[in-house]
Design a protein around this ligand. Structure first.
Ligand code: NHO
Length: 369
């Protein structure tokens, strides 16, 4: 008999829409072995609820249907009760970036509901939340639901599954380093390309191009402050066995000029940024004279417990220097792999590849229940 699984989706933005489309295809292609019904879809202010647990239609218009919906979303306790009352295994997909929702994961997991999410907040905030989530989860033999969050680092790239496999099979991770932000990757691949001999670009111009093309957050300071990368490093460091209090408990270099930190609008920030082009331009020029480029990277040195995020110089021939577009690259140095790192590289940002990471987690959960 086909496994019967109920799914609740919270958050239908860029990633959520791509996820709904990919899940719809998965359901069609696997109808003979799994019966997956999406019974709840919610955004901040409205929800679609299938009270009799029949599957909600997963059309390309889910977002518009939510816009038109007048039903209030359920509170988390009510959602848990609704899913438990179905009598089936249930998976909650959190496609938001809400810390309030992430704070409720321990209770959701304790109720036996599984979670798949690209939301970094639950895994990269205070260490207590991380501990509470994994104490409640069934991942390591406990009685709670399974929780998977592959897309919190490197979107759909197999980054977290790789580090888990290394650790679970008895290897020892000694160092992890790489480019973890698609936005930062794009900015520096454009601003300081390898061997570029033409006129140097102004950093503020590159930020403007990236902003206009939608590669940055609406306010580019949310990319340039380094916190997104610090959150990803926190997750990887914890999986490598380090105790990390929070994403601000280690050095994180912000690329926001101090006087522009407090300006109130994104436009004011963009207007002021050209005044600071010379500082970062100088760094790039100095690196070029050494046949190097600057890149915004993160690294974890496990034996010395050192985690840091910021600008570093790399030889023209280094794999980090040769990245293209908004690709990520993550190098794992371990006892088994020795000096030659295990490298994962590819598109690390964007709705489709992030949604793929979430769906692959859903498929892993389905295989385990
Ligand atoms: P959106 O488009 O803002 O959508 C969020 C949705 O959640 C909205 O519909 C909003 O109404 C809803 N929502 C918010 N709070 C809610 C609540 N409490 N209850 C109900 N609904 C609520 O965001 P995205 O882009 O779709 O992102 C969704 C999640 O995926 C976020 O946690 C984000 O951090 C995560 N994520 C996105 C990406 C990406 O490429 N878009 C990536 C990873 C994770 O790999 C990607 C990445 O790291 C990009 C990064 N900027 C980089 O490397 O440069």
């Amino acid at each position: 008999m086909a496994k019967d699984i109920k799914v609740a989706i919270i958050g239908v933005g860029g990633v959520g829409k791509a996820f709904v489309s990919q899940l719809s295809n998965y359901i069609k292609n696997n109808a003979s072995t799994v019966s997956v019904s999406v019974v709840y879809i919610a955004r901040s202010r409205a929800a679609l609820i299938s009270k009799d647990y029949s599957p909600l239609p997963l059309t390309a218009f889910v977002s518009e249907e939510l816009d038109a919906a007048s039903t209030e979303p359920l509170s988390v306790p009510d959602l848990i009760q609704f899913l438990k009352a179905s009598g089936s295994e249930a998976i909650l997909i959190d496609n938001t970036s809400s810390i309030e929702l992430a704070n409720t994961y321990p209770g959701i997991l304790s109720a036996g509901i599984h979670i798949a999410t690209p939301n970094k907040k639950g895994f990269s905030s205070e260490e207590k939340l991380w501990n509470d989530i994994f104490a409640a989860a069934g991942n390591d033999g406990g009685s709670g639901g399974y929780v998977f969050h592959e897309a919190t680092v490197g979107a759909g790239l197999p980054v977290l599954s790789t580090i888990r496999d290394l650790v679970d099979t008895g290897d020892e991770v000694t160092k992890v380093e790489g480019v973890f932000s698609g936005t930062m990757s794009f900015l520096f691949n454009e601003f300081a390309p390898v061997g570029e001999s033409g006129a140097p670009k102004a950093f503020s111009d590159v930020v403007k191009v990236a902003k206009d093309a939608g590669y940055t957050e609406p306010d580019p300071r949310d990319d340039l402050n380094g916190l997104d990368v610090a959150r990803k490093l926190t997750i990887l460091a914890r999986l490598s066995g380090l105790s990390i209090a929070s994403p601000t408990s280690f050095p994180v270099q912000s690329l926001i000029p101090k006087p522009l930190e407090s300006v109130s609008t994104s436009q004011e920030f963009m207007d002021g940024l050209p005044n600071y082009d010379s500082e970062i331009g100088l760094l790039a020029d100095e690196a070029k004279k050494e046949r190097k480029v600057i890149r915004f990277v993160g690294s974890i040195d496990v034996p010395s417990k050192a985690v840091k995020v910021g600008l570093e110089k790399f030889d023209f021939s280094h794999p980090i220097s040769g990245l293209k577009g908004s690709d990520n690259i993550i190098a794992f140095y371990t006892k088994r792999y020795g000096d030659r790192a295990l490298i994962v590289q590819g598109a690390g940002a964007g709705a489709e590849v992030t949604a793929m990471g979430v769906l692959s987690d859903v498929i892993k959960i389905i295989a385990r229940i």
